[in-house]
Design a protein around this ligand. Sequence first.
Ligand SMILES: Cc1cc2nc3c(=O)[nH]c(=O)nc-3n(C[C@H](O)[C@H](O)[C@H](O)COP(=O)(O)OP(=O)(O)OC[C@H]3O[C@@H](n4cnc5c(N)ncnc54)[C@H](O)[C@@H]3O)c2cc1C
Length: 476
Amino acid sequence: MSGPAMDIGGLRVSSRSYWLDEALRTDPGAPCPGLTENLAADVCIVGGGFAGLWTAYELSEREPSLQIVLLEADICGSGGSGANGGMFSGSWHDINALCHYFGEAEGIRYATLLADQLDEVEQWTARHKADIAYHRDGMLFAQAEPWQAGPNFEAIGRLAAHGLPDKLRAVDAAAAQAVAASPRFCGGTLIDDLAVVQPARLARELRRVLLERGVRIFEGTPMLELQPGVPAGVRTPRGQVRADQVVIAMGAWGVSQPQFSRAFFVATDFMVITEPIPDLLEQIGWTSFTGIGDSRENFFYLRPTDDGRIAIGGGSVGLAYGDRIRGSVLNSAKKAAVAANGLIWLFPQLRGVRFAQAWSGPMDLTAAFVPFFTSNAASNVHAGLGFSGHGLAATKLGGKTLASLVLRADDEWSRLPVVGPPLSQLPPEPLRWPLMQAVVWAIDSGDRAEEQGRRRGVLRGLVASSVTAYRESRRR
Ligand SMILES: Cc1cc2nc3c(=O)[nH]c(=O)nc-3n(C[C@H](O)[C@H](O)[C@H](O)COP(=O)(O)OP(=O)(O)OC[C@H]3O[C@@H](n4cnc5c(N)ncnc54)[C@H](O)[C@@H]3O)c2cc1C
């Protein structure tokens, strides 16, 4: 970012997100004490983020008589699921990569199913009277200054060829600024299939519905060991679960399991949220709930809230070494300030706004940025991991896939192209961390150079484009 790092008012980066604090204040929910005995269950789900919660929901929907136990190391929603930007989005903007990976028909099928989850989650909230502050006003991927990427006409053309011409729409500066008046917006792409939600409320409402359905949730109960066998065993500090089927939905923490240690790397993203500023939102003309992203390599994403705040994240990431998801990788005030600075760079009219909270969360990023779903040889331990930065729709759909794998159903969910091992393995540590740091340095410092009117430079440009080329060379 140009200029000195923004003062975020001495804010420390909280271990809980603003969203989770707000959700717990509104409704802490029924207590779910830790496991203190040995139990038997039909299914044991490890992880109380969206992937685990949606899996439990799907199973309870399809087989209400199943005995389901869910183990969560901390509290449900305390991982990425309660910390994210709350952009519940289809993946039309990623359609080129999806078609490269999975072939034309399967890429389109997967993207269509992801987009369908927006309607489904809206119906889910109505059915269960869940208040998740859902607003479906779409998203603007803005080209903020000419150095940033403009609309992706290849993707627009590909979708049009499949009879989906309106999924991505290229817009000019006036239309981009009509969403919110950033003097930097010179065009962009509009996407209708995106809703903003209060993500921690979604996690906590899922938890409520599961408890109502008789799912046994144990919080403060980390899995210490997965014991293979039929049934499989899950050892925790003060009790054990023996279950016919186990689902690993540990998000970024899944990297601690040896079989997944090279499947993805763990990056942390940082977010900040302003105090309520409804008048300023009005002043910049941001009167809808349309989400906004800019189009730098390491992009900023921002969205308004029901009480007139702006939450923004992105612009930089932390990188965990192996499975060490702690320390400065989670609590760097400097990285949180990058997000705060990003808001002022995009909207100089907001200079001087006060920030209420800063936080971070870990993401499990596969090389291809798509999740994977695997089962062991005995077909009784299943995993859904690697949801990366677009996990809201993908975990909802992933819950259906994991439920189908548990029920051994041969259906459209178990036959999704993301079912199978990750599209590529990453190098092991100690190689991975320095390699990824070099990539992040090239991307971030390239963005900064361009922002300051300098050139990205050949080396940085090469690194950034080779990552894209590598990504798009993967195939199922
Ligand atoms: C800052 C940030 C912004 C993001 N923005 C967006 C966005 O706007 N849109 C979008 O679609 N996606 C976004 N994402 C990504 C999205 O949040 C994730 O892809 C998604 O929440 C992953 O869900 P999950 O259930 O796989 O993982 P998590 O939510 O991380 O859940 C995993 C759970 O497992 C628990 N656990 C870990 N180890 C154990 C153990 N040993 N035993 C038991 N439990 C364990 C953890 O405590 C955690 O609760 C963002 C992520 C971050 C961090």
